[in-house]
Structure formats: C-alpha cells, structure tokens
Design a protein around this ligand. Structure first.
Ligand SMILES: *[C@@H]1O[C@H](CO)[C@@H](O)[C@H](O)[C@H]1NC(C)=O
Ligand SMILES: *[C@@H]1O[C@H](CO)[C@@H](O)[C@H](O)[C@H]1NC(C)=O
Ligand SMILES: *[C@@H]1O[C@H](CO)[C@@H](O)[C@H](O)[C@H]1NC(C)=O
Ligand SMILES: *[C@@H]1O[C@H](CO)[C@@H](O)[C@H](O)[C@H]1NC(C)=O
Length: 318
C-alpha cells in the first residue's frame, strides 16, 4: 500500500514539474525570436501615427506593440504574437496600427516565420514598399491583412499560392496597388471567403473567372478603375452576401442575373457607366434576400421596384 502511495507521489511530483516547465520562459523557437527582433529593427516607431477605420468611423487604438519585444522574455508572450500551444511555433502576428514606419523589403526576416496562419500588418506606414512575392510562401496562412499600409505596385500572382487563405484584405485608400486583378488569386485560393481590394488603382477588365463551387462571401472591388462588364462568372458565387463594385468605370447593362444569388444582401453598383432599363427578364422572384441596393450615379433608366423583382426588406439609393 505504501509503495503504491509512493508511486503516486512520484508521479504527482513529476506531473507538477512538467506543468511548471511549460510555463517557463524561452519556449519560443530561438530562430523565430531572432527573426522577429530583426523584423522589429527594420522599422522606426512613429508615435504620431493614428488609425481611423473609414468604414466604422471609429479610431483604432494606436500602440507600438514591438517596443517591448526583447530577448529576456519568451517571444510567445510578446505583444501581438501568438504561438501554437503544442508546437510553440509562432502562428499569429497581429501588428495592426503599431506605428511601424519604414520600407518592407523582400529580404525581411518575417518570411522565416513559415508557420504563420494569421498576419495583420494593417495601418502601418510601409510607404514605397512593394508586396513581395514571398508573401506567397506562407503556405499555412488563412488571414492576410495588408490594408491601410501604403503598399504600392502590383498584386503578385504568388498570392495565389496561399491555398488555405480565407481572408485577403489589401484594401483601402492608403494602399496604391495598380495593374489588373491577377486571375489566379481568385481561381486558385480555394477557401477564400473575403476578398477586399477596394480603393486602390486596379485597372483593366475584371476578366477573372469565379469558378463553380467557390466560397466567396464578400467581394469588394469598390473605388478602383475597373472597366468592361460585370463578370458573368459571379453567378458561381452562391454564398455571396456582399458585392461592392461601386466607383469604377464598368460599362454594362443592369445585372439582373445577380438576382439568382440566394444570399446576396448588399449590392453596390454606384457610380459606374452602367446603363439601360432596370428590369428583370420576366422572373419576379429575383433578389429575394437583398437588403441594400445602391445603383445611383449610373445611366440607368427607371428604378428598382418590388413589382419587377419581388419583395425584399429595404432599399436605398436612387
Ligand atoms: C523586456 O520585456 C519586458 C516584458 O515585456 C519588459 O518589462 C522590459 O521592460 C523589457 N526590457 C527592455 C529593455 O525593453
Ligand atoms: C535588405 O534589402 C535592402 C534593400 O535591398 C537593404 O538595404 C538591406 O540592407 C537588406 N537587409 C538585410 C538584412 O540584408
Ligand atoms: C485580362 O485583362 C487584362 C487587361 O484588361 C489583359 O491584359 C489580360 O491579358 C486579360 N487576361 C485574360 C486571361 O484575358
Ligand atoms: C459602353 O460600351 C459601348 C460599347 O461596348 C460604347 O459604345 C459606349 O460608348 C460605352 N459607354 C460609355 C459611357 O463609355
């Protein structure tokens, strides 16, 4: 009996030590800590940086997360870093609005963090930096947010290598992306759900094909210089809830066929060169889930009426 007790006691002590050791510092892989410190040192901190979310109209707290990163603590405990509980690899880096300023070179040590699942560098100032093709090497990445961070140039087609990507945000004003929308971004990122390329300078036709069985929920191409027609392959986006094509130069007739998308709630066609009558082709049960429609500042004849398309909750814009 005593012997059994002893064994239990030993086992208990052993388990306690094990539990204790997992809360000791320096569990973050050293090469990853080093890569993060190198990354930190590539930038200066601009304490005057403030971040404003133009959509919600709310200020985002500006805070220099990298300032206290140092070798004396476990990198998994650093602000903005999240490690996998079991492998201890760095899997999340959230540096949204962290006052970083400087050029983001393609030799950045950040690209050594090959296990990243989530990367948020939004609302920093990387003026003059290109989006490196190396972003395509984060093969586990599910969420990439480079919005409001003054990147410029073209969207590298290597982004399409991110086959697990779920959310891609390269949006809004402070980025200066140009060129066309790479076909492969849309075609090959099989789990992509939210695509936001709004307020850049993307041009050309949207000759991207949205393939059958895609999982897009949100497509926001607002505020670019896109021309040509509304791509017919959008009909394959059966889970689409928001489509914003506003403030472009699209030249097409009213896309009443979008009314077949069962989940479409918000549709903005505002300020394009769209024209012709707004009517359905006989079918009066289109756009059944639509809550917001903005078709203003186009060359349409007539208005969207319930009589023509069936009932829906609410409707804005003329
Ligand atoms: C190192 O990090 C710890 C914990 O964040 C912080 O208290 C300390 O001030 C930092 N040291 C330096 C030199 O920044
Ligand atoms: C990375 O590239 C930039 C520009 O090409 C260069 O100025 C910088 O020294 C390089 N950094 C490292 C760590 O090699
Ligand atoms: C897509 O359009 C752009 C510009 O409008 C053009 O350069 C490119 O060749 C087109 N791609 C395909 C696959 O049609
Ligand atoms: C739209 O395209 C047609 C031909 O495809 C052209 O005749 C017309 O001028 C264009 N409209 C605008 C407003 O650019």
């Amino acid at each position: 009996m005593d012997c059994v007790k002893l064994v239990f006691l030993m086992l208990y002590t052993f388990l306690c030590q094990l539990a204790l050791s997992s809360s000791l510092p320096h569990l973050c892989p050293e090469d990853q800590a080093l890569a993060l410190l190198q990354f930190k040192n590539m930038f200066t901190i601009n304490p005057n940086d403030y971040c404003y979310d133009t959509i919600s109209g709310i200020d985002i707290q500006s805070y220099p997360r990298t300032v206290f990163w140092n070798k004396s603590t476990d990198c998994c405990s650093w602000d903005g870093i999240h490690c996998d509980e079991t492998t201890r690899q760095v899997i999340e880096l959230d540096l949204r609005c962290s006052q970083l300023q400087g050029k983001f070179h393609s030799n950045s040590s950040l690209f050594q963090l090959s296990n990243l699942k989530r990367l948020d560098l939004s609302y920093n100032d990387f003026t003059g930096s290109l989006i490196s093709p190396k972003f395509g090497k984060f093969s586990s990445l599910r969420h990439l947010d480079l919005s409001h961070s003054s990147f410029m140039g073209v969207i590298p087609s290597e982004i399409s290598h991110l086959s697990k990507l779920y959310v891609l945000l390269l949006d809004l004003g402070s980025n200066n992306l140009e060129g066309t929308i790479p076909q492969c971004v849309v075609e090959r990122n099989e789990y992509l759900s939210d695509l936001d390329l709004s307020n850049n300078r993307l041009s050309g036709t949207i000759n991207t094909t949205f393939s059958v069985g895609n999982t897009f929920r949100v497509i926001n191409l607002h505020g670019n210089k896109l021309t040509g027609k509304v791509p017919r392959s959008l009909i394959n986006c059966e889970y689409l809830t928001l489509l914003d094509l506003g403030n472009n130069m699209l030249n097409d007739t009213f896309p009443n066929w979008l009314g077949y998308l069962p989940d479409l709630k918000i549709l903005s066609l505002r300020s394009n060169k769209l024209h012709g009558p707004i009517k359905s082709s006989g079918n009066t049960n289109l756009f059944m889930g639509l809550e917001i429609l903005d078709q203003s500042s186009n060359g349409f004849k007539g208005e969207f009426t319930r009589k023509n398309f069936g009932e829906f909750a609410n409707h804005e814009g003329n």
